[in-house]
Design a protein around this ligand. Sequence first.
Ligand code: FE2
Length: 262
Amino acid sequence: MRKIIRMRRRYQVPGQPEDSHRLELEETRAVAAAKERLLLIHIQEMEELYQVLRARVKELEAARQENQEMFLAAMEALARTLEAKDRYTRGHSGRVAKYAVRLAAGLGLEDGFIENLRLAASLHDLGKIGVREEVLNKPGRLSPEEFALIKEHPLIGARILAPLAPLRELIPWIKHHHERYDGGGYPDGLKGEEISLGARVIALADSFDAMTTDRPYRKALPLEVALEEVRRGAGSQFDPELAVKWLELPWTELAQLPLTCH
Ligand SMILES: [Fe+2]
C-alpha cells in the first residue's frame, strides 16, 4: 500500500495536491474497512468456536453424570448382594445410611461429605460377603471362633473395595466402623480422633440400628432404651460430640419412618 502511495506521489500532477491527499485518505479508509471486516470475521469464528466448546463441555458433563449414576447403581447392587446373603441385616445398610446422613446434616457437614457418607454407610458391612453363611445366619449367640470370623468383615470389605479409586477416601470409614472411641474396638484398636469422622458417624448409626431391630439373640430395644444406651456410651463406645447431637435429633418423628425401606 505504501508503495502505491509513493508511486502516485511520483506521478502527481504539479499544482493538484488536494487530489493526492484525497486519494491517500480514501486508501486509508479502504484499509480500515478491510481490517474491520477481518475483525468481524474473526469475532464470528471465535463465537462459533465458543459454541462448539460449550456443546462439548455439556456432552462431557452428561457423560460424567451418567458414569457417576452407573457407579452408584453398581455400588447399590453390591450392597443388595450382601443383604440377599445375610437375612438378619436385610434393610440394615439402608437404614444406617439414612441415620448417618441425618446426623451429618444435623452437624452441618458439607454436601460432598454427606454423599460419601451415604455411600460408605450403604457398603459398611460389604465384607460379610466373605463370611460363611451359616455363621452370618446362625440363630443364637456366636462362639468365640465364629465371632472372630465375623470380626474379619471390616477388613474384607476394605480389601474388596480397594481397587475402586473413587472410594479411596471412604475405605477407612468402612474399615473402622467397629472401632470404639475408647480404643476397645476392632480391627485396629484406634482411639478418639484417630478414627476418621466418617467411621465414627457410621459406628453410631450402625449400633443404633442394631439396638432398635430384632436380632437372632434378642428382640429390638424400645427407642427410649436405645437412646439411653447412646447416652451411656458417649465417650466410651461413641464419639461424645456425635452422641450429643444424636440425642438432639427429632427421634419421635424419625421413629415414624418405615424402618425397612432404603
Ligand atoms: Fe459391621
